[in-house]
Design a protein. Structure first.
Length: 372
């Protein structure tokens, strides 16, 4: 007979999920109540307010989509694109490619602007594409590319989008809580993230925020949003303003307790302190890895502190090494994605994982594995 599942206790230093804080795990186990219970609705309002803080926005339409980051991504694309709309997509890694997929599947006309993997989005190339395509409705880019560990200059890219009168879609699944995300100051219109990265919550929720401009566009669409579940016109009925909420779907109640707790913790720590902690831990990891002779993929200026992409040392077998890390040290680090498969490791320092004891374990484990 199959009995209860008890997972091994791992240290999660991959590209997400990150280690979940015990406070969040304990919040998940609190009694389930109804998704229209007044107490739950009050908690939903707090989640919205806490997300506004995390995103640094006053956007009323700020909420967690009841599904992982990929659903937040789809929510932004399906709500803003109507068939035939032109969308300029910046691609400098796997998640930019996924954006392209979303554009074509939604009936949009994609204009692809490529940058080399491991490099940030080049504002000059984007500017040229926007000038060559004055009928562009939307510009999309990945702020924190998890496949390469690169942080792009979101302020400059958003400003270019605004200058050309585009709506700006920004992926900050890996950015939120780890590096500054200034939605209002930058002028991004549709932004999505994930619960399992620097927020250190369990996977499966995707915080999103839409500007008033974006909401206007969504409300005045000529065609219905192709996804019923992600249609923000309908989702707003459940997550919208005021105490009166209509059933849309059964919210993942306990998962939202977890997100609430993780956001309370972020508020307690404060955004600047959280960013500083990620930076300090990254510097310590960088020093230790350099001592082991391990080189970073990304130039210092563009490195994400929470996602450290490094070249796998010569002669070391990727799969064998990662299996040993898992089996002998209960340590998970990430494999390379796409063009980086077999060449790169991705070492996460996200949220609760960004701490000294994780760095000590990682350096000890890697040095043992590499030595053999
Ligand atoms: N975008 C980026 C930049 C990501 O790193 C990820 C996940 O790693 C996603 C989107 C998709 O999120 P999820 O795996 O939660 O669906």
């Amino acid at each position: 007979m199959i009995s209860s599942f008890h997972p091994p206790v791992r240290t999660l230093m991959g590209p997400g999920p990150s280690d979940v804080h015990p406070r969040i795990l304990s919040a998940l186990g609190r009694p389930t109540i109804g998704h229209l219970d007044p107490a739950f609705i009050q908690m939903m309002d707090e989640v919205k307010e806490l997300l506004q803080y995390a995103f640094q926005t006053k956007n009323p339409l700020t909420l967690p989509i009841s599904a992982p980051g990929s659903a937040g991504m789809e929510a932004c694309f399906v709500n803003l694109i109507e068939p035939g709309d032109k969308v300029v997509v910046c691609v400098n890694g796997v998640f930019g490619i996924r954006m392209l997929e979303n554009v074509t599947r939604t009936g949009g006309v994609a204009v692809r602007v490529d940058d080399e993997w491991g490099k940030p989005v080049d504002p000059a190339k984007l500017a040229a594409a926007l000038e060559a395509n004055p009928d562009t409705k939307i510009m999309a880019f990945v702020h924190a590319e998890t496949s390469t560990g690169v942080c792009s200059d979101a302020a400059t890219l958003c400003a270019l989008g605004r200058k050309h009168d585009c709506l700006v879609i920004m992926d900050t699944v890996t950015g939120l809580g780890g590096v500054p995300v200034l939605v209002d100051e930058w002028g991004a219109d549709a932004v999505y993230s994930g619960s399992q990265k620097c927020l250190s919550c369990t996977p499966g929720l995707s915080p999103v925020t839409f500007s008033e401009r974006a909401v206007e566009v969504i409300r005045n669409r000529k065609t219905p949003v192709q996804s019923w579940f992600l249609d923000m016109n309908l989702v707003m009925g459940y997550w919208g303003e005021g105490a009166k909420r209509a059933y849309h779907h059964t919210a993942p109640i306990n998962a939202l307790y977890g997100l609430h707790e993780s956001l309370v913790m972020l508020q307690e720590e404060g955004l600047s302190a959280a960013f500083a902690r990620h930076r300090v831990m990254h510097e310590k990891l960088y020093a230790g890895l350099t001592e082991l002779g391990i080189r970073f993929v990304v130039d210092e200026e563009y490195r994400l502190p929470q996602l450290n992409a490094v070249w796998i040392p010569e002669g070391v077998d990727d799969a064998v090494a990662r299996t040993r890390l898992l089996n002998e040290f209960n340590l998970e680090i990430g494999a390379g994605l796409g063009a980086y498969a077999g060449k790169v490791w991705r070492i996460g320092l996200m949220g609760y994982s960004a701490k000294q004891e994780n760095i000590d374990l990682c350096l000890k484990a890697l040095s043992a594995v590499i030595a053999q």
